[in-house]
Design a protein around this ligand. Sequence first.
Ligand code: HEC
Length: 178
Amino acid sequence: MSDTEENSSGIDTPKQLVTVLLAAFVFPITIVVLLAQLATGGISLDKNDPAMSGEAIAKRLKPVGSLVLTSTLPQAGEKLKEKASLTMTMLPGAASGDTDKVKVVYTASCAACHASGAAGAPKLGDKKAWAPRIKSGNDTLYNSAIKGKKAMPAKGGNVSLSDVDVMAVVDYMVSQAK
Ligand code: HEC
């Protein structure tokens, strides 16, 4: 029994030691990586993979729901819906032309009553309702809109509006009723 003094691990040279160490690390790691890929279905970073196309990614990142603004007023007609959907894109400053701005202000501060006729407000485009008011003159109308009149609060309740903005909306409302 000449080899009783040798250890029984079979490692005799430094080279063998390196081999054993490599095997001890590389094999388990490889197996873990393979198992991980099996579990995740493999992660593809290939740009040509259809799953990585911009469209597919956008689809995956898509929010679960989307917000739809509509008015709950019973009389809500197509016109009102159109105005309501307008609000979505109408963050202050988003408006380009002046007409657009007027519509933004109208939608944000006046449409609540004037699109539906709520609280007895003359409806936008309702010639009959507007005719006697138009007769009273622009200044009267401006004054009513800026200071308020009966059920209508001053500036439609949006005190941050400038007089000029309110007057522009009045002009717009009047122009829609002619
Ligand atoms: C809370 C509801 C409400 C809002 C918001 C509102 N109005 Fe009115 N508005 C009314 C009512 C109600 C009347 C009718 C008042 C009356 O003559 O009895 C009216 C009347 C008017 C008139 C006619 C005034 C007159 O002298 O005959 C104008 C012009 C007008 N509104 C402009 C506006 C403008 C511009 C805005 C937005 C800045 C606005 N309104 C927002 C309720 C509203």
